[in-house]
Each structure stands twice: as C-alpha cells, then as structure tokens.
Design a protein around this ligand. Structure first.
Ligand code: FAD
Length: 453
C-alpha cells in the first residue's frame, strides 16, 4: 500500500471539490484532490451546463470567453410561462452556455495553478480515524492497489452519492443520510433537431415552472434542448414530459438523443462540518430548489469554508468541529435560509390547477416580472383571488400555509446557533417545521398513482 501525507484531502474533482481545493492550496496548504473517474470523463455525466457569467469573476475563477473550447454561446434573457403558456415573466442576466467536461478541465487547471495535486482513477474507499476516534484521512482505491492518505481535513465533494459523509458513524457530528429516489430530482434532457430552426431556434431560455420543464439552446445552433425534472425516477420524469409535450407548447422537432442525470432535492444536513471533515456541493444537497442548479451555490459555500478552514488550520492545527462552526453560521444565515424558505414553499406553490397557476401568473402572485417586483400587496392580491374565484379556497389555503411555513423556516435558519451547543434544540424545532412543509415526493407519488400503468 502506498502512503501520502497532506493537509487537505478532497474527494471529488468537479466544481465543488476543485474550487475549495484550489482556494486551500492558494493559502499554502498541501492539497490532494482525487476523483474516481479518468481525467477526460470528469464532468461529462451530462454535456451542457449554464452558469451566470458574473459568478466566475465574483469567485475569482477564469471566465470562459468566445473562442475558448468550453464556450458555446451566451444569452441574457430568461422567461417563465404559466401552465397555459401565458403571461411571460422576463428576467435579464448574462448566462454562459458551456461544455461541462471542458469547463471542468479549465477549473482543474486553475486548481493546479494554485498548487493542488490532482489524482484521477482514485476512488474513496473508507475513512481513516486516529487514536482519539477523529477523522484523519482516507484509504483510496487505485487501479494498482490502495493509497493511504493521512489528512487533517477530509472533504466530501463526491456529488449526490456523498461517499465520505455516508461512510461516517451516525454520531460523528454530521448527518450520514443517503439521498434516495424520493429526495432526488431526476432530469431528462431531450436533444432535438428543430424542423424550422430559423423560426424556432431558442434565443432565450423558457421555463414552465408548473411542469418543471424548460426549452433551451444546445451546442448545435439548429437544435434545441427540452428538459424536465421530477422526483422518484427517470421513468416518471419522462412520463411527465410526454404529458407536457402533448400540450403543443414546444416547436416541431425530431429527437437526436437523450441524457439523464439527477440532482439532490431535499434539505441539506444541519451541519456541514465535523471534526476533520467538511461536506460541499451536491454531497451537501445545496442546489437551488427552484432550478436544480448547483454550481454557483457550491462555490459560495466553498469560499466561506476556505476562509474558515484557512484560519482554523494555521500552524498545523487540527480543525475541530467547533473551530470551524462559523462555516455553518455564515452559510445558513444567508443562502441556506433563502433556499430553505424556497424549498419549504414548493409544495404549496405547485398544489393548484393549471388554470389557477395561469391566474397566479396573470396577477403576479409568486411569479413576478422584473417590472412587477415589489409592486402590489400580496395579501390584497390573494383576497382578490378568493373573491373572484381565480384561486379556490383549498389552493389558497395551500399557498398561505406554504408561505407561512417558508417564512418560519427562513427566520429559524437566520437564528442558526452561534455554537454547536445550541444545535440539538435548534434541530428539534427545524425538524418540526420541515414536517409541516410537506414533501414534493408525496405529490409526485400521488400523481404517478393517477397516471396508471
Ligand atoms: C441534468 C442536470 C442539469 C444541470 N444543469 C445545471 C446548470 O445548468 N447549472 C448549474 O449550476 N447546475 C446544474 N445542475 C446541477 C449541477 O450539475 C450540480 O449541482 C453540480 O454538478 C454539483 O457539483 P459537485 O462538484 O458537488 O458534484 P458532481 O458534479 O456530482 O461531482 C462529483 C465528483 O465526485 C466524483 N466521485 C464520486 N464518488 C467518488 C468516490 N467514491 N471517490 C472519488 N471520487 C468520487 C465523481 O466522479 C464526480 O466527478 C444540473 C444537474 C443536472 C442533473
């Protein structure tokens, strides 16, 4: 068995792991980033990714430009449409359309420049503990045998499977749940050739949130991408897509190929840190509940963690859970609180009929255009909806309950405890609030049962 001694071992060399590893190497720490896949295959679990242009600059990463191998094109308009295809809600932000595997290679080159070492075809196998029972690295598996890596900090950035987090004992200080089918968003991407590309080629991204479907561009200028996401399984997601396609909102096309992949769809663990351990990216379930996107949010947690671990590990110190608690506090009180609120509101937002969703779009309830933001009083709009019959009392009740629970969860996350002692009591209240929020998987199961065989 070969051996290595590093300060930081990062498992997973996609965006979350590369970014955190690069930032720690930049501060002078000895960093090893490993990935189970061969170098060329990292990042190719689906081919095209959209990332807001501003994030590259904000997080200090090289911005892909026209002419770079990963760059396909950019657009700056995104549109949401109602369940009946009405009332487009437009927003503007520069979005880069990128080849995912090539984007990964550029970020890997950046991480190497910062001083990180990368090892491919090197998979996490099991954690290593020291005499005090604290995490002290990992045993990795390579083609020609085992590699024993001693590390003061081991980071799980291995994606939805969370290889390291799920291998830790239940009482280690971070939840070791498995993100199963009820908690995943199964995405099916249909790459199509358009029948009338001059007329129909997508110039903007269009999303129908009611059906969790979207219409976007892809590498072939004459083609398009139809996407859908749903809990439970790829099969159920595809059945939802076929039901949506029959509505005739999409342009005529012939299918080229399909890609399938999944993303987490559940609340993150209550703590991202434990003794000698941190979890990031999809392994930490920090994707945006409305869009399923994860890259910029993983960078946000990575940036906070690199500052806190950079401080805590100075002069050879072992990063105890307490010494980096601020990672939790800073994340949960900002992005964490917002995403928790959105996740809690999802069930209520989609528990209505197509016509009711159309009404909500028309009157800027939940879904607002840039020009409508902050205008009008939501309670008055809901009262009007009730009186006019635009939304039924039952759906209105769902909406109000969801908004109430979302608001409570937001406040609870803003009050995330400043030290780990306050966590058990905070968790008790958080569990009760999440129970009230309901589950998208329950809605999906009911829908699936109604679809028949
Ligand atoms: C179809 C689809 C489309 C999406 N589109 C977008 C988008 O347009 N924009 C956006 O921001 N987000 C998007 N997302 C979400 C985004 O892909 C994820 O949030 C992001 O990939 C998470 O990055 P990560 O580094 O945490 O994990 P991953 O991308 O899952 O990478 C984890 C890495 O860890 C490695 N690994 C796993 N197990 C082990 C092990 N035991 N040992 C060593 N290595 C291991 C894997 O090989 C992999 O390379 C999309 C998701 C899906 C499913």
């Amino acid at each position: 068995m070969s051996e290595m001694d590093v300060d930081v071992l990062v498992v997973g060399a996609f965006t979350a792991g590369l970014y955190f590893g690069g930032l720690m190497a930049k501060q002078g720490y000895k960093v090893l980033i490993c990935d189970a896949l061969p170098e060329k295959e990292v990042g190719d679990r689906y081919s095209v990714i959209h990332v807001g242009r501003e994030h590259f600059g904000n997080f200090g990463l090289p911005e892909p430009k026209p002419g770079d191998s990963e760059y396909i094109r950019s657009f700056d308009t995104s549109i949401l449409r109602s369940a009946l295809n009405n009332y487009p809600k437009t927003s503007h932000a520069a979005i880069l359309v990128l080849r995912r595997a090539l984007m990964t290679q550029r970020i890997a080159a950046w991480a190497k420049e910062q001083g990180a070492e990368l090892l491919y075809q090197t998979a996490f196998e099991k954690p290593l503990f020291n005499d005090q029972g604290k995490l002290a690295g990992a045993i990795l598996r390579q083609n020609d045998g085992e590699l024993r890596v001693k590390a003061r900090l081991t980071v799980d950035a291995s994606g939805i499977g969370a290889a390291v987090r799920t291998s830790l004992p239940a009482d280690y200080g971070v939840e070791n749940f498995v993100t199963g089918p009820r908690d995943q968003f199964y995405v099916v991407l249909h790459y199509v050739n358009l029948k009338n590309p001059e007329q129909d080629a997508p110039k903007v991204n269009i999303t129908w949130p009611y059906y969790k479907t979207w219409f976007a561009s892809q590498p072939e200028a004459e083609g398009a991408l139809f996407g859908i996401g749903a809990n439970l399984s790829f099969d159920y997601a595809e059945r939802c897509f076929q039901r949506f396609a029959k509505k005739g909102f999409l342009p005529e096309s012939t299918e080229d190929h399909i890609e399938e992949s999944s993303t987490p769809y559940r609340r993150p663990p209550y703590s991202f840190v434990a003794d000698g351990f941190a979890v990031m990216g999809d392994a930490a379930c920090i994707t945006n509940p409305w869009s399923g996107e994860g890259v910029p949010y993983a960078w946000a947690l990575g940036a906070i963690a690199a500052e806190e671990y950079g401080r805590a590990m100075k002069d050879g110190a072992y990063p105890s859970r307490e010494s980096v608690w601020n990672v939790n506090v800073r994340y949960q009180q900002a992005q964490g609180a917002l995403f928790a609120q959105n996740l809690a509101m999802l069930c209520g937002a989609v528990s209505c009929t197509e016509k009711e969703n159309d009404y909500e779009f028309k009157h800027a309830i939940i879904y607002e255009d840039e020009t409508e933001k902050g205008k009008g009083n939501l309670l008055l709009k809901l009262l009007k909806a009730f009186i006019s019959g635009g939304i039924s009392p039952k759906s209105l009740g769902n909406l109000l309950r969801a908004a109430g629970t979302g608001g409570d969860i937001f406040k609870h996350y803003i009050a995330y405890p400043g030290t780990s002692e306050g966590l058990p009591q905070w968790i008790q209240q958080a569990d009760a609030l999440w129970e009230k929020a309901g589950s998208m998987a329950d809605l999906a199961e009911r829908d699936l049962a109604g679809m028949g065989k």
